[in-house]
Design a protein around this ligand. Structure first.
Ligand SMILES: O=C(O)CCC(=O)C(=O)O
Ligand SMILES: [Mn+2]
Length: 201
């Protein structure tokens, strides 16, 4: 399925799911500066998670920022939010304005190279509410991001997430579709991803 292009965004999935892709959300220079900041200033950690009853290390590094008291639990771990840095706050404002939605938390992922990844999942934790709006920013090396229908599993829809791009998921997307960031066979540079969410307390 070829996405339909209009204006400054691409419609990746349509009603009742809604996925919009803004390839040039941030200009290249700004994105370069953000990437350097994020790689160097965020206290990245590799966290253990529970998968099929076993504890394994996540194949990527993570961090979690949010308003006071906001925590986020997934895959058997609970992340306590760190207070927003000035730069993350500034990015959040830009994203909230574009998405016309409030965000009180940001989960950050650091993929050190093409071997780091995130498997098929939905962002459907109860505290995100029924139809969450999730805004996902990409900085650094381009990676393939994929959707597949939760029930039918095929076809797989791929989007190339480039430096400075914004992927917005809303509507019923998290009920009907899973997404993943697959491992790459060839070597790849580092990539930082920021997903802004609204966590209900
Ligand atoms: O790195 C990405 O683009 C995917 C991140 C993601 O799906 C998540 O944090 O839930
Ligand atoms: Mn996700």
């Amino acid at each position: 399925m070829e996405p339909f292009v209009y204006g400054e965004h691409v419609n990746v999935l349509s009603h009742p799911s809604e996925v919009l892709f803004f390839p040039d959300f941030f200009p290249a220079e700004k994105s370069d500066a953000y990437l350097e900041y994020l790689k160097n200033e965020i206290p990245w950690k590799q966290e253990p998670i529970k998968m099929f009853g076993k504890t394994v290390m996540q194949p990527r590094l993570t961090a979690f920022f949010g308003d006071p008291g906001v925590n986020y639990s997934y895959s058997g771990i609970t992340m306590q939010s760190s207070p927003w840095t000035a730069l993350l706050k500034q990015i959040r404002e830009k994203v909230a304005e574009k998405c016309e939605a409030p965000f009180n938390a940001c989960l950050l992922n650091y993929y050190r190279d093409g071997k780091d990844s995130m498997g098929w999942h939905r962002d459907n934790e109860r505290e995100l509410g029924r139809n969450p709006t999730i805004a996902s920013l990409s900085f650094g090396a381009q990676r393939i991001f994929q959707f597949r229908n939760y029930k039918e599993k095929l076809p797989v829809i791929s989007v190339e997430l480039e430096h400075g791009s914004l992927l917005l998921m809303k509507g019923e997307t998290q009920h009907l579709w899973e997404h993943q960031l697959p491992k790459l066979l060839k070597s790849n540079g580092p990539r930082v991803n920021l997903t802004f969410r609204y966590v209900h307390l």
